[in-house]
Design a protein around this ligand. Structure first.
Ligand code: FMN
Ligand code: SF4
Length: 483
């Protein structure tokens, strides 16, 4: 389908009319109130003071060294996170607790605990320097580190090296996983717990305020949540499927008193979508009811079902985990719901619906979670698709009580200072607004770094930008489209 572009709206009224048609339950304020409005309001979470309601989502760059250390590109990104002025930096990027669980050979990872401490200290120092560059208190933001294991999507040396929670025929087919791929045994899963603790301890020692135990986007912890067919301690029942996540959280709580814990969780999912490149995606054929799933209606897996995710949030709150970052779907199976985009990645399918409708689904689940668990500190996701209208929807959604903070992912790659500009009441720099071109996803899909190649001036002429242009031209030629 052709997507009505958001960039074409020259007035709020025009945007509001589009919103009313494509996503009627979304709200937007015409006038931005800056620091004096909901986006500028402080939020206390235990002993943590979040100075405003903008958050930065974790954004990995595929740009570490092959032994898991940050490079100049990684440090630059963290500096930009600091410059953004966002009150909460959620995770920075996915840090692999085990080198075998890296999603790519350039992911930051725990190889050696002493080195991990040194590197985390450098990342945090860079972020604080970014805040100083922006004229802000270096210690002013609340900063976390995201802990991950890539499970099915592990590629520590570049080639697929999946480490599964379970074999699932349709998912194996869709994600290109062979029958002989390794299913992690209960003992192997239990052995990951101390690795999560090791990185959490290092993060706490160098000054991170919290860690995020990532349970989304199809990676190991998310796949375990869905592993209804898995036998043993870590699958089957709700208790079995949530066990590893809760064990990790309990172990970090015991080993790191005073360190806050959060979780980025999948609150809704759909079965994989597919189509020829650029054609509108459609759900793949699967037998029903599904035998594997989390946050999805098993009888009709084209619909999300947040019943279990909401129960999990209750269990997290009971353990003192209040920081919840809401996300849906996975970038490997249903990217249109996970990160709505006008221009899908070049190997992906076209939007099956107006991306505003995809965003509306995510916003509705976020509201539902906040309503069910008012004590949770809820971070909303997906707002980069809104482009210049993101602050208008963010302000209205916060005022409505649908979330506690609004997170930005892609927008911070193209326009790191957007949060600060909105808080200070400055006009937005339209040339830097993320237009969801997806090149930050195309890069990694082509074995390159991620970055905002189209809009970040430092990236525009980089080696990876040039290589990506060539790869895209080849892909277009293969598909018989104009260069
Ligand atoms: C290049 C890229 C890297 C990402 N890296 C991570 C990551 O390390 N951890 C994570 O939880 N999500 C990651 N995401 C997802 C984003 O955090 C975010 O959920 C998504 O982009 C939707 O938010 P947005 O509309 O503001 O971009 C990544 C997304 C992109 C495009
Ligand atoms: S490459 Fe830049 S403009 Fe495109 S989606 Fe990523 S951040 Fe946005």
């Amino acid at each position: 389908m052709s997507v009505p572009s958001l960039g074409r709206h020259k007035s709020f009224a025009s945007f509001a009319a589009h919103l009313a048609e494509a996503a009627p339950s979304l709200v937007a304020d015409e006038h931005l109130l800056g620091d004096a409005g909901p986006l500028g309001s402080r939020l206390a979470v235990g002993s943590l003071e979040i100075p405003n309601r903008w958050a930065i989502h974790p954004m990995e760059g595929w740009d570490g060294t092959s032994d898991g250390r940050p490079t100049a590109w990684t440090l630059r990104r963290w500096r930009k996170f600091g410059e953004s002025g966002a009150g909460l930096v959620w995770g920075g990027e996915a840090y692999a607790v085990d080198p075998a669980g890296r999603a790519n050979p350039n992911q930051l990872a725990l190889f050696d605990a002493v080195r991990t401490r040194e590197e985390l200290a450098r990342l945090l120092a860079e972020l604080r320097a970014g805040r100083v560059d922006a004229g802000l208190d270096p210690e002013g933001a609340v900063v976390g580190l995201q802990l991950t294991h890539s499970g099915r999507h592990s590629r520590p040396e570049g080639a697929k090296a999946p480490l599964l929670a379970a074999h699932v025929p349709w998912l194996d087919r869709h994600t290109g996983v062979a029958n002989e791929a390794h299913v992690l045994a209960d003992e192997e899963l239990a052995a990951l717990v101390p690795r999560y603790v090791e990185v959490a301890r290092a993060a706490q020692e160098v000054g991170f305020d919290f860690v995020d135990v990532k349970a989304c986007h199809g990676y190991l912890m998310h796949e375990l949540l869905a592993a209804r067919g898995r036998e043993g301690r870590y699958g089957g029942s709700y208790e079995g499927r949530t066990r590893l996540l809760l064990e990790v959280i309990d172990a970090i709580t015991a080993a790191c008193p005073g360190l806050a814990i959060g979780s980025r969780i999948c609150v809704g999912d759909l079965i994989p979508h597919a189509a020829a490149a650029g054609e509108p995606g459609a759900p793949i054929e699967v037998g029903r009811p599904l035998e594997h799933g989390w946050g999805v209606d098993l009888g009709d897996p084209t619909r999300m079902d947040p019943t279990e995710p909401l129960r999990l949030v209750g269990d997290l709150l009971a353990r003192g985990v209040r920081l919840i970052n809401v996300t849906v779907g996975t970038p490997y199976t249903c990217p249109h719901v996970q990160r709505p985009a006008a221009y899908p990645p070049f190997d992906g399918y076209g939007p099956p619906e107006d991306p505003l409708t995809s965003l509306e689904r995510q916003v509705a689940l976020t509201r539902e979670l906040k309503e069910a668990h008012p004590d949770a500190v809820v971070v909303a996701t997906g707002y980069s698709y809104l482009q210049e209208w993101a602050p208008h929807v963010a302000q209205a959604e916060l005022a409505r009580g649908g979330a506690d903070l609004v997170g930005l992912g892609r927008m911070v790659l193209s326009y790191p200072r957007l949060p600060l500009d909105t808080l200070q009441g400055s006009a937005l720099d339209r040339k830097r607004i993320c237009r969801t071109f997806s090149d930050c996803t195309n890069g990694p899909r082509s074995g390159l770094r991620s970055g905002c190649f189209p809009l970040d001036p430092a990236e525009a002429g980089s080696e990876d930008a040039v290589a990506l242009r060539a790869k895209k031209a080849q892909a277009r030629a293969r598909a018989g489209r104009k260069p």
